[in-house]
Ligand binder design. Structure first.
Ligand SMILES: NC(=O)c1ccc[n+]([C@@H]2O[C@H](COP(=O)([O-])OP(=O)(O)OC[C@H]3O[C@@H](n4cnc5c(N)ncnc54)[C@H](OP(=O)(O)O)[C@@H]3O)[C@@H](O)[C@H]2O)c1
Length: 320
């Protein structure tokens, strides 16, 4: 029997990576959930054979309809869209929780559902005993608790999927990518509001790795339901990330550590939010310790099919 996976965010980075792999996974049909079925990305996915369905995470009823008949659901929310459209860090988190709970409640109402995969992050607040808070991760983690306390039947079918730091942050995101310094004879700087020794798990290739994790989560329900796991190929310090970037691009990258205030002056509220993340990462780089965790090895995820940071940057070299 062919099963249906509904992919929220299928037009974006995480869901797009899920779709790329699930298209090639026997036994699965894809249903892409989007606010705009007429976007180029939605049309491209439809041309590859996906069903494209309009729904909005702000509208629970639209999600209930969109999820009808689905056997698996991948769900993601986008904190940054709220922050970049003028909301404060906390306001963005509150909206993110509201959307995530609408997604979860709609999933709980889907009678055919066998597996829910919720894209989340570890709680900075809990893992540091309240020393550090960070909105774009803490609010997601709050949703995990609410799924367990308010929707226990859904919780039994849920895999809580952490995503590491995207390799593409160093390619596309002005806040996080190295910049060329005019008049420096070809030197590039990365200005970061933490020490180069700060380490974080990284996703590797976002075009395939999310899908490989989802495929293996679905193939191993007894190991993955009710558990946490992370789309991450390795844990890397920020200093080493820049060294790898330099090796790949052949450019001299120079790491410049700045203060929270400097970074906020540069990037506004997003700078403050990223600095919160680095403060947390200085204390916690092991994301497996505080939760019921299943490793990539236990899920049968093989290093040879999951490109890591260096291979990913090499594949994107022409864009850097
Ligand atoms: N950058 C990193 O290193 C990193 C690491 C870990 C986690 N994250 C988290 O990743 C999340 C963003 O995911 P992403 O990178 O895949 O984002 P993305 O590439 O910007 O895509 C966002 C996706 O979400 C969909 N979407 C947004 N609002 C929606 C709504 N109201 N209803 C239905 N669909 C909606 C969009 O679909 P349409 O536009 O087609 O409707 C789009 O497909 C953030 O919450 C962030 O905290 C990022």
């Amino acid at each position: 029997m062919t099963k249906t996976i509904a992919i929220v965010g299928g037009t974006g980075a995480q869901g797009g990576g899920v779709a790329n792999v699930m298209f090639k996974t026997p036994g699965w049909k894809l249903r892409i959930i989007t606010r705009n079925a007429d976007s180029d990305k939605a049309k491209e996915l439809a041309s590859k054979g996906a069903e494209v369905v309009s729904a909005n995470a702000d509208d629970e009823e639209s999600l209930v309809k969109a999820f009808e008949g689905a056997h698996a659901i991948f769900a993601v929310t986008n904190f940054w869209e709220h922050l970049f459209t003028g909301k404060s860090q906390d306001e963005s988190g509150v909206i993110e929780v509201e959307q995530a709970l609408k997604l979860a409640r709609a999933a709980a109402k889907t009678s055919t559902l066998e597996h829910y995969i919720w894209s989340t992050l570890p709680s900075a607040k809990k893992t540091t005993n309240g020393k550090v808070t960070c909105a774009h991760i803490d609010y997601k983690a709050e949703v995990d608790d609410k799924i367990r306390s308010e929707m226990p039947e859904l919780a039994k079918k849920t895999t809580f999927l952490y995503f590491g730091y995207y390799a593409t942050n160093m390619v596309y995101l002005p806040l996080l990518k190295p910049m060329e310094v005019p008049g420096s004879y070809g030197k590039w700087v990365q200005i970061v509001s933490t020490a180069p020794t700060t380490a974080i798990p990284v996703t590797g290739d976002m075009t395939v790795n999310p899908g490989i994790w989802v495929r293996q989560i679905l193939a191993n329900p007894d190991k993955s339901k009710g558990k946490y796991t992370t789309v991450a190929t390795e844990t890397v310090t920020l200093g080493d990330m820049l060294n790898i970037w330099s090796e790949v691009t052949g450019r001299q990258g120079i790491y410049i550590q700045c203060s929270r205030k400097d970074y906020e002056n540069l990037w506004g509220v997003a700078g403050d939010e990223i600095t919160d993340q680095w403060d947390w990462a200085q204390i916690v780089s092991d994301w497996t310790a505080h939760v019921d965790y299943v490793s990539k090895e236990e899920l049968g995820i093989k290093p040879e099919e999951t490109p890591g940071l260096k291979a990913t940057l090499e594949s994107l070299k022409s864009l850097m």
